[in-house]
Every structure is written in structure tokens, then in C-alpha cells.
Design a binder for this molecule. Structure first.
Ligand code: CS2
Length: 493
């Protein structure tokens, strides 16, 4: 097998977009999954290529497994991104990643990388659960075993190797402060509201819980030298399948074990609040703004909410992908209703943002059959997603005196999945607790009321709202009694 590397690529007559000999590291990226490769890494390559500023090479870090390091390091960081549309696809080689640190095997190297004075930006795509925060308070979850392990390590966070992203950033900042390495900006790129503010709070919480002698000076240094801008990121990136790898190999004549596929669309809105220099991302279409909140909110409540609803409905009906699910008229109709009638009225849209057009484009993007975005992937980690994507819309609608029935279906179909899926197959960090809550209950109203006691997702006021609970129970009763066929009949009636 002839692997993708700079040499093999050159031998095949293709050129990289960047002069790798001149490229120096400027970014450390935590969480190097497909989304990072198709979004942050590709956009950063474009920005370097457009400006000849080659100081933004990326040191990528994997957090949970060595896979990406094993895929990309033998390829000197190179990988392909294949953009898929219904009737065409195009593949490019991305060369902005210099190397990958296996955070699992050598977590200390991550702290070293963040403390490197050539680095002035840390980007993160670690998914919702990677933040290890308590959604009720928006604070670091001090009961989380991994957080506890990072905090209790002998000698404080700098003299050992934290394994959580927040612990790594905190230790890296402490080392930068002590080593005089200069200002740095931490850019969260996960689907969380106010993701920058959240990251800042969690890093502060971590440092407060791991006190050291120079904490007062460190806190002042962080306030002056570290920024945590919020961002809104968007691009659908399904898991890469073995067929995808074979297709890229046929196209390139080289084997790329780190290949990713993505939809053509991407968007990145970034709060313009950086401590030092930053990549010239604005040159290639990244939008900088003073206020990202309306963008984040709109994307979470429209795109991500509809995605989650369709994922649970798709699993219920036995569909493999989001595209198949949204092609079902019953499901397309309820998703459209949820975002247009329930979510949109709850939003203050950013200037220039056409709400109805956005809703239409989201459903069209979902319908891209070439993407193969699995329902299972989008349905994963529901306990981390529903409270952010669905419940705020429901609360706002209830406050307006409306009953958000379409959003209630997202909750009911998630609950039905929790109650009917073996714990080992429920891909969710709270799987064991959720399944235990539902266990032993058959009656829909009991299952619903048990799951509503899960306070990391549902607050007591919501759980006691008769209109919300009634709407969820009604859907649950229908699903339990008549399955997806009965549900579809109802949705089309
Ligand atoms: C999806 C997102 O997996 C999920 O939960 O809703 O990853 C979605 O594809 C992206 O946010 C699109 O930008």
C-alpha cells in the first residue's frame, strides 16, 4: 500500500498548497477528529495559502485515542478532504497539520505544546462532553472522575500530565505564565452557547480548585494575556467509512488513512477578541464579529435541533442516514415545523441573517444523499445536546403561551430510545444513569416522568410544566403503541 506522504504525492505529480519547509507552528488544536480536519485545518490552510503567512502550522492533539496520530503521523500530517454533493465530489489534500500528539499516550507533550512561545492560538473541537462541565451551573464538574484525577495529581497541574482538555489548557497557561511565553487565545469551536465564555469559566474553575503559590499573579496574567472568543462553527462531517477510504485511494492512487468527507458548505463566525496575533482567517471567508451569540443561538436551535430530531426519528423508523430520514415527507414536515414555527420565533437573528431561507437551506443540506451522515452519530450524546438544542426553544414557546409540540417530539423520541436501547448501545456518557431511571417502567407517563428527573438535562420548572410534560407524554404514548408507522400517519394527517 502506497501511503499518502509529501514524497509520494510529489512523485504522483501533485503539489501541496503550502511550502512545508517554511511552515512553522502557530496553533495547537485539541480534539483532532473529522470535523477539525474538514473545518479548522482546511480553512487555516486556505488562509496560509492566500497570504503566504506560513506561521500558522497546526500541532494537532488527539484526546481519547491514538487513532488519529496513527493515521496522520506516518503521512507527515497530510490528509484529504472530499466534498460531496449529490452528483459530484472533489478531493483536496490539506497540508496545514505539522504533526499529531497522541494525548492519550503522552499528555505532558500537550502542555509543552501549549506553552511553546511560537504558539499563539489554541483551538478546540472536543465535543460537548469533552468540556466536563455541569450543565446546571455552567461550571466545571468537580465530581467528574477525570477532572478529579487531574486535580488530585501530586504537585498540582503543572508537574503532572492532565488528561482533560480544560486541565491541559490550565496547565499550559500556567507554564506560559511562568516561562514568559506571551499572550495566547483559546478558541472553542464546539456547538455550545457562549463557548468562549464557558471555556474561560472552566479554566478558572480548574485553577481555583488546584491552588498554587503564584495563583494571584497567574489570575492577573490570564486576565491580561489570554482571550477566549466565542465562535459559531458549521459543517456537516460524517464518520469516514472504509468505502470512503477506498474511494479516495482510487482517486489519489495513494492510501490516506486520515481521509474525511464533508458537505461543501462551511461557516465560521468568530468573536473578534484575540490576545496576540491570529491567523488571517478573514481572508478566506471567516466572519469576525463583536457578538457571536445570535449566530450560535440560531445555528443550535435551527440546524442542530432539527438534526437531533431527525436522528431520533430516523433511528425509530429504521433509517440509516439523516438524508433518508429527511426524505420521508412526514419527518421533513415535522422538522420544518419545529424550526420555522417554534425555534425561529424564539430568536433575535443576526443582521443579514434570513431566517426562513436558513431553515430551507438547512433541510436541503440534510437531504444531501452523498454525505451518508448516520443517524446514530447525530443521535449520540443526547444528554449533552438536548438541553442546548431543544429545551431553550421549548421554554421560550411555553413562555409565549404556545405548546411546542414538534420540539416535544424530539424529547419524546429521545426518551423512547433511552428506554428501549440496551445501555451498551446507547452512545452517551450518561447512558447508565438514564437507562437505570427508565428501567422497570412500562407506562409512557412513568418513563417520561422518571427521565424528567434527570436534572442535568431538565430543570425542575420544566419538568413540572403540565403543557410540556403533556406534549411529551402524548408523543411517547403514540410511539410506544403504534411505532414509527403510526407516528408518520399522525404527522401527515
Ligand atoms: C450534529 C453536528 O452530530 C451532531 O450532533 O448535529 O455535528 C452537526 O453536523 C454540525 O454541528 C454541523 O455544523
Amino acid at each position: 500500500m502506497n501511503r499518502l506522504t509529501p514524497d509520494s504525492l510529489a512523485r504522483s505529480g501533485r503539489e501541496l498548497a503550502l511550502d512545508r519547509a517554511q511552515m512553522t507552528p502557530g496553533i495547537v488544536h485539541l480534539g483532532s477528529g473529522g470535523f477539525f480536519r474538514a473545518h479548522v485545518a482546511a480553512v487555516t490552510e486556505d488562509a496560509m495559502a492566500a497570504t503566504d503567512d506560513l506561521s500558522w502550522g497546526i500541532i494537532a492533539v488527539t484526546q481519547r485515542s491514538a487513532d488519529v496520530a496513527e493515521q496522520l503521523n506516518p503521512q507527515c500530517g497530510l490528509f484529504t478532504v472530499t466534498e460531496r454533493q449529490p452528483d459530484e465530489s472533489s478531493t483536496r489534500v490539506v497540508s496545514s497539520v505539522l504533526s499529531v500528539i497522541d494525548g492519550h499516550g503522552s499528555p505532558g507533550a500537550i502542555v509543552d505544546a501549549i506553552a511553546d512561545r511560537r504558539i499563539s492560538v489554541v483551538t478546540l473541537t472536543i465535543t460537548e462532553k469533552g468540556y466536563r462541565f455541569d450543565a446546571r451551573s455552567g461550571r466545571l464538574d468537580l465530581d467528574d472522575p477525570a477532572v478529579q484525577a487531574d486535580l488530585s495529581a501530586e504537585g498540582g497541574p503543572e508537574r503532572r500530565s492532565p488528561t482533560t482538555a480544560v486541565g491541559q489548557i490550565a496547565a499550559g497557561l500556567r507554564r506560559r505564565f511562568r516561562g514568559g511565553a506571551g499572550a495566547i487565545t483559546v478558541v472553542s469551536c464546539d456547538n455550545l452557547p457562549a463557548n468562549g465564555r464557558l471555556t474561560q469559566t472552566l479554566v478558572r474553575d480548574f485553577l481555583a480548585a488546584a491552588p498554587d503559590d503564584d495563583d494571584d499573579e497567574l489570575a492577573v496574567w490570564i486576565d491580561t494575556n489570554v482571550r477566549f472568543p466565542s465562535t459559531m462553527v458549521d459543517r456537516m462531517v460524517p464518520a469516514t467509512s472504509p468505502d470512503d477510504l477506498d474511494e479516495v485511494e482510487r482517486f489519489l492512487g495513494l492510501r490516506d488513512e486520515g481521509a474525511v468527507v464533508a458537505e461543501p458548505f462551511w461557516q465560521w463566525v468568530v468573536e473578534d477578541d484575540f490576545a496576540g496575533s491570529r491567523p488571517p482567517w478573514e481572508r478566506v471567508g471567516v466572519q469576525f464579529t463583536d457578538d457571536v451569540a445570535p449566530w450560535e443561538k440560531a445555528k443550535l436551535r435551527l440546524l442542530n435541533a432539527a438534526h437531533s430530531l431527525l436522528a431520533y426519528l430516523g433511528l425509530l423508523a429504521g433509517y440509516e442516514t439523516i438524508a433518508e430520514t429527511v426524505a420521508d415527507p412526514a419527518f421533513e414536515r415535522i422538522a420544518a415545523r419545529m424550526i420555522a414555527d417554534e425555534a425561529l420565533p424564539s430568536l433575535t437573528l443576526p443582521r443579514g441573517f434570513d431566517g426562513p431561507a436558513y431553515c430551507g437551506s438547512v433541510l436541503r443540506r440534510f437531504a444531501n444523499p452523498a454525505l451518508g451522515h448516520s443517524c446514530a452519530k447525530v443521535a449520540s450524546d443526547g444528554s449533552q445536546k438536548l438541553g442546548i438544542r431543544i429545551l431553550p426553544t421549548m421554554r421560550d414557546a411555553l413562555a409565549r403561551g404556545e405548546i411546542p409540540t414538534a420540539s416535544a417530539l424530539a424529547v419524546a423520541s429521545w426518551m423512547h430510545r433511552v428506554a428501549t436501547t440496551p445501555v451498551a448501545r446507547l452512545d452517551d456518557p450518561a447512558a447508565a444513569e438514564l437507562v437505570e431511571l427508565a428501567a422497570g417502567h412500562e407506562a409512557p407517563d412513568e418513563v417520561v416522568s422518571e427521565l424528567l428527573t434527570y436534572s442535568r438535562v431538565f430543570d425542575a420548572k420544566f419538568a413540572a410544566n403540565p403543557a410540556a410534560v403533556g406534549a411529551i407524554v402524548d408523543w411517547y404514548v403514540l410511539i410506544a403503541a403504534e411505532g414509527s408507522d403510526g407516528l408518520k400517519r399522525k404527522l401527515l394527517s
